[in-house]
Ligand binder design. Structure first.
Ligand SMILES: Cc1cc2nc3c(=O)[nH]c(=O)nc-3n(C[C@H](O)[C@H](O)[C@H](O)COP(=O)(O)OP(=O)(O)OC[C@H]3O[C@@H](n4cnc5c(N)ncnc54)[C@H](O)[C@@H]3O)c2cc1C
Length: 422
């Protein structure tokens, strides 16, 4: 018999919140989602197809690694997950070269990292094992990956948490969902509606209070919801802003041991794919450089004339003074420097643009989490189903691809499972 008496409030309608809600709703629980934004998806942020020529992703875009929950959900929704194609290029300030994914010292890196038993930060790891001048390129590549891809700080990031990614060359198995991640969110939201889950938008939760075995959830607008249990799925920086009952507050303090990084993502749609005119670059998927906006990618294997710029990690703070227009201009400057074309010529071809510094998003305050040396212990504590206030979301995922949509979906599923198993 399903239990219809328990009322569960879920804070946040991102991937984790929707996944948990769908599970709990379909098991007969009474579920209300309170979402601060006027839309579902959180850090999955679809941009209009009318602007970019396809449903572009202003937030999450790639399916990383095996991602069994994501792929299973996509199958259920009838969405195709397509491997990305194309080559990785780099620009060293003078020349373009097709990246040889293997550094001459790669095997040595793999061997040392494989035998590692005690964790240490990435910066300490490089200082201890790869300090010599001959390793300069390798160090640069590792730091670029940790900062740019994981949005992490090498001085604090855990080497053990990242080693699988290094061993498998981070991008190796990436894919995209046809129609973008928005399709997955629409499917989850429809599933929630079908099982009676109520979703309230514009509902910024400011406090959760304990009163005689029940919980009172207070909104910034004065709204009050009384319930039996709460699942909090907000991004880590927002956790500190919600007043919690003492026990939950003590537990939430563990979040300080989980890193949270930032990303600036810029999408530029042009009249034509002018970069393909440059000899050899027709197959370009990723382009790595040391310009202000260092990483660019195309829609390969699709042919949309859109370039996406990416800047991740602690150094994004250097651009915190720029508004979206300033970021777009910075992106155009970087492309001008890389391709040796006047910025005005590139700008003339621009049809649509979007830029988000995710640290400026009031309901994200950054992009995604990464592991410090103390993160695994903190996650164990936070994910435990003790008490009436539970925590869920990408940052609590103990699997390999932390900070991903898969991490969020798997965490939501895990939290719902713990409640249903009683
Ligand atoms: C630019 C960028 C690119 C990314 N690229 C990828 C990628 O390619 N592949 C990948 O797998 N992952 C990627 N990610 C990470 C991925 O988007 C996240 O890990 C995942 O979407 C997080 O889901 P979540 O449910 O844990 O959190 P969220 O999506 O953040 O959901 C939490 C929800 O809580 C809401 N909220 C916050 N505060 C309150 C409050 N006080 N009251 C009520 N609601 C509140 C928020 O509005 C949000 O909707 C990217 C993220 C960013 C920002």
């Amino acid at each position: 018999m399903s239990d219809t008496s328990e009322h569960i409030v879920i804070v946040g309608a991102g991937a984790a919140g929707l996944m948990a809600a769908r599970e709990l709703g379909s098991a007969g629980k009474r579920v209300t989602i309170l979402e601060a934004r006027e839309r579902c998806g959180g850090r999955i942020h679809p941009l209009p197809a009318s602007s970019f020529g396809y449903p572009a992703d202003g937030g999450a875009e790639f399916v990383h690694g095996e991602a069994p929950v994501t792929r299973g959900l996509a199958r259920e929704a009838g969405l195709t997950v397509r491997p990305i194609g194309g080559a990785q290029w780099s620009f060293d300030g003078t020349d373009f070269s097709r990246e040889n994914p293997r550094d001459p010292y790669d095997d040595q890196l793999h061997a040392v990292v494989k035998d590692l038993t005690d964790d240490l930060t990435v910066a300490d790891f490089l200082r201890r094992h790869f300090a010599g001048p001959e390793y300069a390129r390798l160090r640069h590549a590792v730091e670029r990956m940790v900062e740019g891809y994981d949005a992490a700080d090498p001085e604090r990031a855990s080497t053990l948490a990242l080693r699988d990614e290094w061993m498998n060359d981070g991008h190796a198995k990436s894919a995209r969902i046809d129609g973008g991640y928005g399709g997955l969110i629409d499917f989850l939201a429809a599933g929630c509606h079908k099982s009676g889950v109520a979703i309230r938008f514009g509902a910024v939760v400011s406090a959760i209070e304990d009163s005689d075995g029940r919980l009172t959830v207070r909104g910034a607008d004065g709204a009050v919801h009384v319930c039996d249990r709460v699942i909090v799925t907000v991004p880590l920086p927002l956790l500190r802003e919600i007043a919690l009952p003492a026990a939950a507050r003590a537990k939430a303090a563990a979040a300080d041991d989980i890193g949270f990084g930032n990303v600036i993502k810029i999408l530029l749609r042009f009249k034509r794919p002018w970069w393909r005119e440059r000899g050899g670059l027709a197959d370009m998927l990723f382009l790595l450089s040391d310009e202000t906006i260092p990483v660019w990618w195309t829609r390969q294997p699709d042919q949309h004339p859109v370039l996406t710029g990416w800047f991740g990690g602690p150094r994004t703070a250097e651009l915190s003074h720029l508004d979206p227009q300033g970021l777009i201009e910075s992106g155009l400057d970087s492309l001008a420097a890389i391709f040796g074309r006047p910025r005005e010529t590139i700008a003339q071809d621009l049809i649509a643009a979007s830029a988000v510094n995710w640290a400026h998003d009031p309901f994200a305050r950054g992009a995604y989490s990464w592991a410090t040396l103390r993160t695994r212990t903190a996650q164990e504590r936070l994910a435990r189903a003790d008490g009436l206030v539970l925590f869920s979301g990408e940052a609590l995922y103990r699997g390999r691809d932390m900070g991903t949509v898969e991490a969020a979906l798997a965490s939501g599923l895990e939290t719902a499972g713990m409640i249903l198993q009683g």
